[in-house]
Structures are given as structure tokens and as C-alpha cells.
Design a protein around this ligand. Structure first.
Ligand SMILES: Nc1ncnc2c1ncn2[C@@H]1O[C@H](COP(=O)(O)OP(=O)(O)O)[C@@H](O)[C@H]1O
Ligand SMILES: [Mg+2]
Length: 321
């Protein structure tokens, strides 16, 4: 793999970044996108680690063409190794390392809160500058908390009604989970619990409804809530698009998220349905290694450049605060 170290990509330009890739359903391309983001950052010359956090269907190592790993997340979960960093393995690609997922499928319920906190703490301590979290399907607390841990949370959806529905469900669940953990918003927990209950008596069906209700009950907290909605900027990638109409689904989702949820969904872009993907999977080669000049590669370069630019802007803002 060519290592293109563009001046803006010098690793000293970045503080540690965690990007998470989630989204309602299985099979929507979370692992393909996580591995491609990681591959692209590594290609840019940035030290990158991808962690497979899909407890029920870990397959990141296969997507990246790695042989069955000697070490994996299970070793940390079982206490065989003391630190998550002990599970890191090199790949054949410069700057790219991974932590392979749990060997045996685990039930999310087997990860208790204490353990989840430990895992999150360990992720924060890891050295590589760029960490990509490949999340599992669904809206368990485990998945939501890791999504919220990230500097950039990326939702992946297919242009199909079931996937779109799941993506909205995920977006809503992530949002409520963010507020539940917000230190200044504990007082509105009962309202959030109501909001998370379908057909609740208060008639709260969306974050905007929640905001109206909080405004009614406690205008001071409504300001705080408004700020948290404003700060929440999840990203969206439409995957396996086959037409302009499919691409436009992303723009519709952006409008719906704004109108009904009050959330600024940042539409990063789309990846076309690429018939060659299955061949690279069969050959156990990452698609970007097999087809470095494919449309997927071009889209990934552009998305990574955009995310890196955002990371630099945020760093500058923090520095001036
Ligand atoms: N843009 C695409 N074009 C063609 N096939 C794709 C594309 N994205 C994903 N796939 C295929 O869809 C399947 C599911 O993708 P995967 O990344 O494993 O999903 P997830 O991690 O969300 O379960 C894989 O076989 C993958 O190769
Ligand atoms: Mg996956």
C-alpha cells in the first residue's frame, strides 16, 4: 500500500480521535466502512487502530484479510490479559493495526456496566492517534455508549425502508442515551424514559417533542437541552446505492432528522453498490487494497479528508476556548 503523507495529514496535526461506525441493522456495511476508513487513514500515513466491538458477529479481521487472530477482545474480556492494548495485532498494511472481535459470540447482557466502563477507559488510554470502532447491530446500551464515546459517530444505512427505519431508531436511541448521561440533565430523566416508551401518555415522540415538554416544565433546562441537541452532530453514510434516487435518500433523512428530531445529521456521502466487493471478500483482501482506484476508494478518501478537516477545526476551537 502506498503511504501518501500529505502535509495536512502529518500525525502531529491531530490529537487522538475516536470514530465509531454504527447503524440499526446487521449487513448494512458497518465493517466494510470501518475497515475502509481505517485503511484510508493508514494510507494517509496516520497511525490507526480498528477495534471490532461487534460482540455477536465479529468479522473485521476477515474483512481485512487477516488470518485467525492469536489475540482478540475475548482475551481482555476473560481477564487473560490485563490491558486492551495487549490484544492489538499488526496487519500487513503500514500504520494499520486491529483488535479482533470476541471469538465466541457473546450476549450483550454478559457485558456488565462495570466491565463496559473498564473497556471504555482502556480505549481512552490506547496510544494510536486514530481509533475506529466497528459496532454491532441494534440499540443496546453497550453499542450506544461506544457510539457516544466517539468524536465522530457515523450511522450507516442502506436505501431500503427497513434499514432507514432502523437508522432513525438508532439515531433517536443514541440521542436519548446522550441526554441520560449528561450531568446537567439528570432532572429530566423521567421525561426521557417517557420519550423512550412508544405511545407514552405525554405524547413525546421525538427529541423536538421532548424539548417542548422540558420547555414547558423547566425553561432553564430547556436551554441546556437545546445546547446538547446543537452539539450532537451524527454523520450518515448511505451504502450500496444504485441510483441518484438512492443517493438522495440521505438528503431526505437529513431533512427528516432536522424537522422531526431537531438534529443536524451530517450526510458524509454514499458508497455505490460495488459488485467487486464479494470477490475481495472471497479473496480475503480489503476492497481498497484490491481496488485502490475504485469509486469506493475515491469516496473514502473524500470522506476521510472531510472528517480530518472537522477534527482540525474542532481542535482549534477547543484550543481557543
Ligand atoms: N458498497 C457495497 N457494495 C457491495 N457489497 C457490499 C457493500 N457494502 C457492504 N457489502 C457487502 O455486504 C455484506 C455486509 O457488509 P458488512 O460490512 O459485513 O456489514 P455489517 O458490518 O453492517 O454487518 C458483506 O458481504 C459486504 O461485502
Ligand atoms: Mg460487521
Amino acid at each position: 500500500m502506498l503511504s501518501q503523507t500529505h502535509p495536512t495529514h502529518r500525525s502531529q496535526n491531530y490529537q487522538k480521535q475516536i470514530w465509531a461506525v454504527g447503524g440499526g441493522k446487521g449487513g448494512v456495511g458497518k465493517s466494510l466502512i470501518s475497515s475502509s476508513l481505517g485503511f484510508t487513514l493508514a494510507k494517509f500515513g496516520l497511525p490507526t487502530l480498528i477495534i471490532d466491538l461487534d460482540l455477536g458477529g465479529a468479522n473485521l479481521h476477515t474483512v481485512l484479510g487477516q488470518p485467525p487472530p492469536q489475540k482478540c477482545l475475548s482475551d481482555f474480556l476473560s481477564g487473560k490479559v490485563a490491558h486492551l492494548s495487549d490484544c492489538i495485532i499488526d496487519t500487513q498494511y503500514p500504520n494499520l493495526r486491529i483488535i479482533a472481535g470476541a471469538k465466541d459470540d457473546l450476549k450483550i447482557t454478559e457485558i456488565d456496566d462495570h466491565f463496559k466502563q473498564r473497556l471504555m477507559g482502556e480505549i481512552r488510554l490506547l496510544q494510536p492517534q486514530f481509533i475506529i470502532l466497528d459496532l454491532g447491530a441494534g440499540t443496546s446500551h453497550y453499542t450506544l455508549d461506544f457510539f457516544n464515546l466517539a468524536n465522530a459517530g457515523i450511522i450507516t444505512a442502506l436505501p431500503e425502508p427497513t434499514s432507514i427505519e432502523n437508522a432513525y431508531r438508532f439515531l433517536k436511541a443514541v440521542y436519548y442515551s446522550r441526554i441520560l448521561h449528561h450531568p446537567n440533565l439528570q432532572a429530566i430523566k423521567p421525561l426521557i424514559d417517557a420519550a423512550m416508551t412508544p405511545n407514552n401518555q405525554l405524547g413525546i415522540h421525538s427529541p423536538s417533542d421532548l424539548l417542548n415538554e422540558v420547555n414547558f416544565q423547566n425553561p432553564g433546562l430547556a436551554m441546556e437541552l437545546k445546547k446538547s441537541i446543537k452539539d450532537f452532530k451524527p454523520k450518515l453514510i448511505m451504502n450500496q446505492t444504485r441510483s441518484q434516487t438512492d443517493v438522495d435518500v440521505g438528503f431526505s433523512m437529513k431533512s427528516v432528522a432536522k424537522k422531526y428530531f431537531g438534529i443536524d445529521l451530517d450526510y458524509l456521502g454514499y458508497l455505490e453498490y460495488e459488485p467487486n466487493v464479494w470477490q475481495s471478500v472471497r479473496r480475503m483482501r480489503p476492497i481498497l487494497a484490491e481496488y485502490p482506484h475504485s469509486r469506493i476508494a475515491t469516496h473514502m478518501d473524500r470522506m476521510c479528508n472531510y472528517l480530518l478537516k472537522q477534527a482540525r477545526i474542532e481542535q482549534t476551537l477547543h484550543a481557543s476556548e
